[in-house]
Ligand binder design. Structure first.
Ligand SMILES: CC(C)(COP(=O)(O)OP(=O)(O)OC[C@H]1O[C@@H](n2cnc3c(N)ncnc32)[C@H](O)[C@@H]1OP(=O)(O)O)[C@@H](O)C(=O)NCCC(=O)NCCS
Length: 262
């Protein structure tokens, strides 16, 4: 990559080719489109200020550009809590989780669901992308999106299915699940034809823009379509443009999976 390198304080900058860096863990590589020149940078160039890492130096810390590479954790959004604490929503695919990270998510969910979060529910939360907020390295809110194939009359829809939504007890009511779900919804809009989930907390999701499916629910099995009456009224969808015309009163089916089919 081409850079304007300051080789000595007060010296003119030199155009040099440098190796493109690899993003470190949790890092993002940005292809720079523009960079601001600020007073502190000009002071360094003129030799008036010698604070900082020393030469050789690539100046410019107000950078705008495009994400050209990333590693492991993607920071999707940051919001400041009422105490001035920055809450960052990150994402990570299941394949990239270390065992200890997976264990920390599981511990959060076990506690959030007060012992009702079973191994089957955990398995169903794996295989996609996890969205989470951490505090001091500990996850305090989580949701994951896994790929599924839902079908309505005459149509199959690649669906981002939301699983394992939970927030640590003492952090509830601070908008964390809302932030995590907003990131999950953006991921669904970018990658799927529909968002869906199963919940017995209708008001929570409807409040966030999800719509409750009114039609009958089914599961597709080797022996054909089977009714799943107990799940009727529990399925919620998030419409992306491809799902704009879906009729909430139509029948809807999911592919069979072990554990809870919906
Ligand atoms: C449900 C849960 C994830 C909410 O997490 P949270 O971080 O407190 O949620 P938020 O603060 O982002 O709340 C977002 C909105 O939903 C509302 N809300 C929160 N919990 C709700 C609930 N149980 N029922 C209905 N609405 C709820 C909030 O009032 C808020 O609305 P507002 O923005 O108008 O104030 C959390 O209570 C939890 O972990 N529960 C146990 C696990 C669970 O039931 N998960 C959902 C399974 S489908």
């Amino acid at each position: 990559m081409q850079t304007a390198l300051l080789t000595a304080f007060g010296a003119p900058r030199e155009i040099r080719e440098l190796r493109i860096p690899e993003p470190g863990p949790g890092g993002v590589l940005t292809r720079v489109a523009g960079v601001g020149a600020c007073r502190s940078g000009l002071n360094v160039m003129s030799g008036r200020s010698r604070d900082g890492p020393g030469t050789p130096l690539v100046l410019g810390h107000q950078v705008a550009g495009h994400v050209a590479g990333l590693r492991r954790r993607i920071v999707l959004a940051a919001r400041t809590s009422e105490h001035g604490v920055v809450r960052v929503v990150s994402s990570r695919s299941t394949a990239e989780l270390t065992l200890s990270e997976a264990t920390r998510f599981r511990t959060l969910l076990d506690r959030a669901f007060e012992g009702r979060f079973t191994d089957a529910l955990w398995r169903q939360a794996l295989g996609g992308v996890h969205f989470f907020v951490e505090e001091d390295g500990v996850p305090i809110s989580h949701a994951s999106v896994v790929p599924r194939l839902l079908a309505v009359p005459d149509r199959e829809l690649n669906t981002g299915y939301v699983e394992a939504v939970g927030t640590r007890h003492r952090d509830r009511g601070k908008g964390l699940a809302r932030s995590v779900l907003a990131a999950a919804q953006r991921h669904i809009a970018d990658n799927y034809k529909l968002g869906a989930l199963h919940s017995v907390l209708p008001t929570f999701y409807e409040h966030l823009g999800w719509e409750r499916w009114r039609g009958p629910t089914f599961v597709r099995t080797r022996s054909g379509l089977m009714r799943t009456e107990t799940d009727d009224g529990c399925i919620h969808i998030w419409r992306v443009p491809a799902a704009a015309t879906l009729d909430l009163d139509d029948p809807i089916s999911c592919e069979w999976r072990p554990g809870f089919v919906w």
